[in-house]
Each structure stands twice: as C-alpha cells, then as structure tokens.
Design a protein around this ligand. Structure first.
Ligand code: GLA
Length: 483
C-alpha cells in the first residue's frame, strides 16, 4: 500500500514540461535524414559504437533516436509490436544495450492514425503506447503529425492532440523527453513549451543551403499562416522561419530546427559550418542526421567543435536574435542572397556575434557594440557598450584534419584531444575558462574601438564569443537615473 502511494506521488511529480529534461537542448543522432526506413537493431548499435569511438558521445551526443518504420502493428492486447526482422531481440533489449553503452534511447510515433511512412500511429492509443515505451525503458519520444484525421487547424485542437500523449507519458512515471514534430503548425511555438521539451518549427529539412523547392510550400517563410510546411526546406528557409520567435526557447523547451544535414554531401564545408553554427546558436536540439558509420574527418571536425557546442549548451539558455538583415546583396542562380547578423547573451556576461553571409560572394561584414547590444538599449544606451571584451573566433581551433583521421582510425592516444563533457559538463568547463570552449582570441572591442569586422566566405559564418573583461554590466537592469 505504502509502495503504491509512493509510486502515485512519484508519478505526479513528473510532468512533460517539468520533467527535468532538456535543461539545455538535447543532442544525439537520428536515422531519418540519411537512412529513412532502413532501420534495424544493428544500425542502432553500430552507430552507437561510432559515437563512442569518435568522441562524439563525449562532446554531448547522447540520445540515439530511432525514427519511423520500426513497428509491425499491434498485438492482440493492443500494444505496439516491433518488426521482428528489423528488431529480432525486441526493443527492451535494444534499450538495455544502449544504456549499457551510456546512451539514452529515443523512439518515434505519430499523433495520427498512421505514421508518415504509413506504419501504425498512436492517435487514440496514447496510454497503451506510452505504457509499452516506458516498459521498454525508452527515454525519448519524437511525436509526428501525419494522418491526424483532421484534428488540426487551430492551436487548441493540436494542443489537445499532443497533450493527450504528454499526459500519457507523465502517467508512466518515467521521465521521457517529449519532442513534438508538428512542423510549426497551429502556432506550436506559442504552446509547445507548456507540454513538451522541443517542437519542430518547419517542414522537413533537406540537404541544401538556400535552394527554394516547391515541396517546401510556404513562399514567404515568415508567413505564420502557412499550413503546408512540407519537405525540402533549406537551411536558410528554416533560419528565416524561426527568426521572429527565437525567444520561445527556454530551459526545458526548445525550438527544433530539424535534424542536422552535416556530412550528407549536398553542401560544402562552409555551408555545413554555417548550418551547424546557426542551429547551435538558435538553441535547436542537435541531432546528427548523417550515417556516421561512414564518417569523414571533415564531418567529424564540424560536429565535434566544443567551442560551438558550448554555445548550444550554454547555462543561460538564451538564443541569438537577428540584429541586421540585408537582402540587397549578390544573388545566386536561384535568386537567393542575403546577409544577416545575429547576437545574443551567453552565461556570465559574454556575448555571441554571428556574421552570416548567404550572399553569392565573399564579403567583409561589420557591426558595432551599439548594434550588438541593441536589445539591451537603443543607439548605444545599453550599459554593455561601455564594457571591454576580448574577441574569440569559435572556429579557429577546429580539430586538425590529421588528428581527426587518427581518431577515426581508432588511435587511442588521441582520446585526450577532444572535450569530455561527461567528465566536465559545459557549465563547469566555461566556469574554468577551458580554452577548448573559447576558441582563439583574435582581438578586442570596447567603448573606444567598438567595431567588429570580419571577412566572411560565401555561404559561411564567422562566429565570435565576446568575453566580458569588465565583470559585466547588469542586463535589463537600468536604474531610474539611466532611464
Ligand atoms: C515526417 C517528419 C520527419 C520524419 C518522417 C518519418 O516527415 O517530419 O522528420 O520523422 O516523417 O516518416
């Protein structure tokens, strides 16, 4: 009796948004972008071994997430059943194996009659499905939006459909990270944080930097009334979609810009660096989407840059915001081209600045402290414009090609050359000013010399951490005299 009471109390204390999870954006791997329905227990285990041996787990990628196409309908009792060919030992066995290796296990379903690839969905089966996932020791649910039987079209109806699963997950008493995949529909950025740990903001990403595609149906990516988010959305399309509501992300709940395309082959090195940098700075979950059983050294040295990941995992949990956008620049053959500058606060009064050059040529880009701190006070009135900063380039210390080759060849002597966030969490590393989290000092800015300038390659970024040397002016804390 006492035990039952304890269990009831315990299960009450866990709620989706307040489940203690995703205090910083979740990191991991998901099979969909590279492998689609080609899933199996071997794929998950082989991938996990690569995450371990390459050091990617140590820098933070700890969720192994299985996407669509894993099930084989329901058993006679109405419980979901895994496909016995793809998962002959069952899901609990997979979970145990992943847990033994130190990973957390993610699974997938849809808030619909069917999943997007037309497997059994969870609509109106929420309780049984949550129950079986908890019994399998699942740690994460990606919850899609296909075949919703018309139950969408305004926020409350979508909220209720997704909340049914939130309640079912909570009722299991097992903390399960809840990741909504409703593609930005029905203003999910206004209610996702009430019930979930992350919510997709767009149609599916594809492996292009800025090429428009009819399948990513919303011509104006900022149109909040777009109801057909679709697929084939470029990196720039998704960045422009999230721009108006970057502030919705917060501890325990994040705007999800979709899985990473880094390493898939459709973009060049600068484009992948830009994609990764923006996802990190916009506080999106970082889910590797490439098939890393064939991991190249170039891909590894983008995904494992601890100075960029430390921005994503920053203890302040604040996204960058756009402070500048110019569309009168050289356009490419698709008619696309723009430059943007983004900035936002980091823990302990540091500040992030990103020059994003989506024009069709290399450019020099410039900003000033007045503009960097525009959200703290207009036209140089922000107290931070009187602080001194060292400027650190967050890509300057990218792992050497040779080192990455050795890591991939399994040469263990290189184990110490990557950051280990399981031993030293990012917060601790930042408090100690671990140089691997800071990049390379390239200059300084302050009240007397307040211009920040950089050459930015075509379709590339320059990403700077401004290290506050003054101890930090209070934010949003203007005294009466200053007003
Ligand atoms: C939708 C989602 C994708 C993926 C597929 C699986 O398109 O947005 O991320 O999960 O379904 O079918």
């Amino acid at each position: 009796m006492l035990l039952l009471l304890f269990q009831a109390l315990f299960s009450k204390s866990v709620s989706a948004v307040n489940n203690g999870l995703a205090q910083t954006p979740q990191m991991g791997w998901n099979n969909w972008n590279s492998l689609g329905c080609d899933v199996s227990q071997d794929l998950l285990l082989d991938t996990s071994r690569v995450l371990l041996s390459s050091g990617l787990k140590d820098v933070g990628y700890n969720y192994v997430v299985l996407d669509d196409c894993w099930s084989d309908g329901r058993d006679n009792d109405g419980y979901l059943r895994p496909d016995a060919t793809k998962f002959p030992r069952g899901m609990k066995w997979v979970a145990d194996k992943l847990h033994d290796m130190g990973f957390l296990f993610g699974m997938y379903s849809s808030a619909g009659e069917l999943t997007c690839a037309r497997y059994e969905g969870s609509l109106d089966h929420e309780e049984k499905d949550a129950e079986i996932w908890a019994a399998w020791d699942v740690d994460y649910l990606k919850y899609d939006n296909c075949y919703h039987m018309g139950r969408f079209g305004y926020p409350e109806i979508s909220f209720n459909r997704y909340n049914n699963m939130a309640k079912a997950l909570n009722a299991t008493g097992r903390p399960i990270l809840y990741s909504l995949c409703s593609w930005g529909e029905d203003y999910v950025h206004t209610w996702g944080m009430s019930i979930a740990n992350s919510w997709r903001v767009s149609g599916d990403i594809y492996d292009h930097f800025n090429r428009p595609d009819a399948l990513c149906a919303c011509d104006d990516p900022r149109d909040p009334h777009c109801v057909a988010p679709g697929t084939h959305c470029s990196v720039m399309n998704i960045i422009n979609k999230v721009a108006p509501y970057v502030d919705r992300g917060q501890f325990g709940g994040w705007n999800d810009l979709d899985m990473l395309e880094v390493g898939q082959g459709g973009m060049d090195d600068e484009e992948y660096k830009a994609h990764f940098s923006m996802w990190a700075a916009l506080k999106s979950p970082l889910l590797i989407g490439a098939d890393i059983r064939r991991l190249s050294s170039k891909t590894l040295t983008i995904l494992n840059n601890p100075a960029v990941i430390a921005v994503n995992q920053d203890p302040l949990g604040r996204s960058v915001a756009q402070i500048y956008r110019d569309q009168h620049v050289k356009k490419d053959k698709y008619g696309q081209g723009e430059t943007q500058i983004w900035s936002g606060p980091l823990w302990r009064h540091d500040q992030l600045v990103i020059f994003l050059n989506a024009a069709d040529e290399d450019l020099e880009m410039t900003t000033t402290l007045n503009d960097v701190f525009i959200h703290e006070g207009p036209e140089g009135s922000a107290p931070q414009t009187r602080d001194e900063f060292d400027v650190y380039d967050l890509w300057a210390d990218r792992m050497e090609h040779h080192t990455a080759e050795q890591v991939l060849a399994g040469n263990h002597q290189y184990k110490n050359s990557w950051y280990n966030s399981t031993q030293t969490p990012y917060k601790e590393g930042l408090a100690k000013a671990d140089p691997r989290l800071l990049g390379k000092r390239v200059g300084s800015v302050g009240p007397k010399h307040n211009v920040l300038r950089a050459n930015v390659p075509r379709h590339g970024v320059r990403m700077f951490r401004l290290r506050n040397l003054t101890g930090g002016s209070p934010r949003y804390a203007m005294t009466k005299d200053e007003l």
